[in-house]
Every structure is written in structure tokens, then in C-alpha cells.
Design a protein around this ligand. Structure first.
Ligand code: NDP
Length: 303
């Protein structure tokens, strides 16, 4: 079994990004600039935002956090979004999800300027991705694609089972994998990805185990510890664990530890490649956000 080391690959990509950002400033151009809106103080969201800001600093991308109270009205949040749309010094921004229940997430996402939508969630970018056209691709599926490419894991003709159909992971992941082949964006990745036969599963899927047993690659994005067990995985399969779950661990300083959706201990004995949690998909997602920010910068400052 080979561990798909997202932390290591993310560090490689960040080093490449740092070089690109340094080249911009060496040519007298300003550095790319990301903004992150966070509403409320959901502990997991605060951690993710802090990690994103640190990652920006690491590669030389300027980053601001706009922290808003969790009782902000939808109208006021929309005003913040419009302000960022109109601000020429902001190349891209994200609205950290989830949002409080009184705010309609779809309304907020639709208000983001698609050219600054570095989470790749706006229907315009999702539509371009579905067409197989250049677009800002949702960060987690993009990171998984990159991880597969850097380990030279081909998807052509493979049966991929994606568990989860969310707009941020499951659906865009399925779209990328089923497309006609394209080369991964990175300079060093050699694999052409796409051309897979994709099955998307969700909470109403009746024969999850049977479907998984026919999969060459399983991508799990559910949010339930140990959803994927060893009896659901055939020998030699590739397993990508997107889940991030906090489980109580009283002996630790934080009182919890992070686990994925896969029963790692037993599944890892059967598969050919597997991502750990933490250190697998998570760092790749953040790195994709950095890549998307640079992409937005290039699109918005092309002349
Ligand atoms: P959502 O809650 O939006 O989607 C979960 C999906 O899982 C839904 O489609 C749901 O089905 C499906 N599901 C729920 N129960 C089952 C079941 N028993 N069998 C099969 N499918 C099931 O989650 P997200 O996609 O936003 O996130 C999924 C996980 O990935 C979370 O743990 C999240 O924290 C993590 N995550 C990690 C990232 C990273 O960078 N590593 C990035 C983004 C998310 P239905 O549609 O029918 O309800």
C-alpha cells in the first residue's frame, strides 16, 4: 500500500507557486490578493480559515479575513460580497461555508463575481466545468485530481465510485472524472485524468457495498467516521478519503482528533493507494485555493 501524501505534494506545489509569485514581483507587478469572509465563529471554520491565511502567507499571496457577526443579515452580507466584487485590488475571495441557517448559501454564492470565485462554486464556473471548458474548478476535486496525477494514477476506463453528491465535492468530482481526457494543470503531473466510468452514491443508494466492490477507485465525501469499511473495498483499489470528522479524544490537548470517512486501519491493508486523514486531501484543497487565486489574478490582470 502506498500512502498518498497530500502534505508532501501540497508542499511541492506551494514551492512552485512561491516561485511564480516571486516572478510577478520581480517583474514589478503586485502580489495576488485573496479575501476570506467568515460569518460567526464555528470552531472548524475558524481553523480552516486560519490554515488558508497561513498557506497564502507561505507562498507570498496577500490575504485578508473579513470576520462578520453570525447575526449579520443576508442583505448586509450581500453588500460585503458586492464590495469585494467591486474592489480591483482583490483578485479572488471565498465565503467560508457553512453559513448560519438564516442565510441562503445559494443566494450568496450566486452573488460572487465568477471571475473572483476562487472556490469554484458559482453556477457559471460549475457550468464551464460541466462543459469541459477552462474554469475555476472547485478546490477539493481539483486537489484530488492533482494528487492522482502526481502519483501517476490513471483514471481512463476505470470505475470510480464517488460517495457523496454535494456541490462542493461529490458532483464536481464526478464531472472531472467522467470528462474526455485533459492534462492536469501542474507542470510535473504526467497522468491524463478523466475518461472514467463514474458512479455517484448518496444516502438513498441501496447497494453501496456492491457498487464499491466493483470500484477501481473510491472517493468518499460523506462526513461519517468509518463509513467505508474493509469489506466494501476490493483488493488493490485506490481509496481517497475526503471526510474530516472530529471524534472525542480526551487524552489530547484539544479533546478531539480528526478522522476521515474510511476505516483506515483495515482498509489500508487491502488497497493499493490511500489518503491519510489528516495529511491527505485537506492540504491539497488549500493548495488548490492558492492555485485558483493565482489563476483569478492572471485572468483579471491579463493585459
Ligand atoms: P455534505 O453533507 O454536503 O454531503 C454529504 C454527502 O454524503 C451527501 O450527498 C449525502 O447524501 C451523503 N451521505 C450521507 N450519508 C450517507 C450514507 N450513509 N451513504 C452514502 N452517502 C451518504 O458534505 P460535504 O460534501 O460538504 O463534505 C463531506 C465530508 O468531507 C465532510 O466530512 C467534510 O468535512 C469533508 N470535507 C473535506 C474537505 C477537505 O479538504 N478534506 C473539503 C470539503 C469537505 P444525500 O445527498 O442523500 O444527503
Amino acid at each position: 500500500m502506498i500512502l498518498l501524501d497530500g502534505k508532501h505534494i501540497a508542499a511541492q506545489i506551494r514551492s512552485e507557486l512561491r516561485t511564480e509569485v516571486e516572478a510577478l514581483t520581480a517583474n514589478g507587478r503586485r502580489v495576488p490578493h485573496l479575501a476570506v469572509i467568515i460569518v460567526g465563529e464555528n470552531p472548524a471554520s475558524v481553523t480552516y480559515v486560519n490554515n488558508k491565511i497561513r498557506a497564502c502567507q507561505d507562498v507570498g499571496i496577500e490575504a485578508d479575513v473579513i470576520a462578520l457577526s453570525d447575526n449579520i443579515s443576508q442583505e448586509k452580507l450581500l453588500l460585503e460580497v458586492e464590495r469585494l466584487n467591486a474592489n480591483p485590488s482583490i483578485d479572488g475571495y471565498i465565503v467560508q461555508l457553512p453559513l448560519p441557517e438564516h442565510i441562503n448559501e445559494t443566494d450568496i454564492i450566486r452573488a460572487i463575481d465568477p471571475m473572483k470565485d476562487v472556490d469554484g462554486l458559482h453556477p457559471y464556473n460549475v457550468g464551464l466545468t460541466a462543459f469541459g471548458l477552462p474554469s475555476i474548478v472547485s478546490a477539493t476535486p481539483k486537489g484530488i485530481r492533482e494528487l492522482l496525477a502526481r502519483y501517476d494514477i490513471q483514471t481512463e476506463g476505470k470505475h470510480v465510485v464517488v460517495i457523496g453528491r454535494s456541490n462542493i465535492v461529490g458532483k464536481p468530482m464526478a464531472m472531472l472524472l467522467m470528462q474526455r481526457p485533459y492534462l492536469a494543470l501542474s507542470k510535473t503531473a504526467s497522468a491524463a485524468l478523466g475518461d472514467a466510468t463514474v458512479t455517484v452514491c448518496h444516502s438513498k443508494t441501496r447497494n453501496l457495498k456492491e457498487l464499491c466492490l466493483t470500484a477501481d477507485i473510491i472517493i468518499v465525501a460523506v462526513g461519517q467516521p468509518c463509513l467505508l469499511t474493509a469489506d466494501m473495498v476490493r483488493k488493490g483499489a485506490v481509496v481517497i478519503d475526503v471526510g474530516i470528522n472530529r471524534v472525542p479524544a480526551l487524552a489530547t490537548e484539544r479533546g478531539y482528533r480528526l478522522v476521515g470517512d474510511v476505516d483506515f486501519k483495515l482498509v489500508s491493508k487491502k488497497c493499493s493507494y490511500i489518503t491519510p486523514v489528516p495529511g491527505g486531501v485537506g492540504p491539497m484543497t488549500i493548495t488548490s485555493l492558492l492555485q485558483n487565486t493565482l489563476q483569478a489574478y492572471m485572468m483579471n490582470n491579463s493585459q
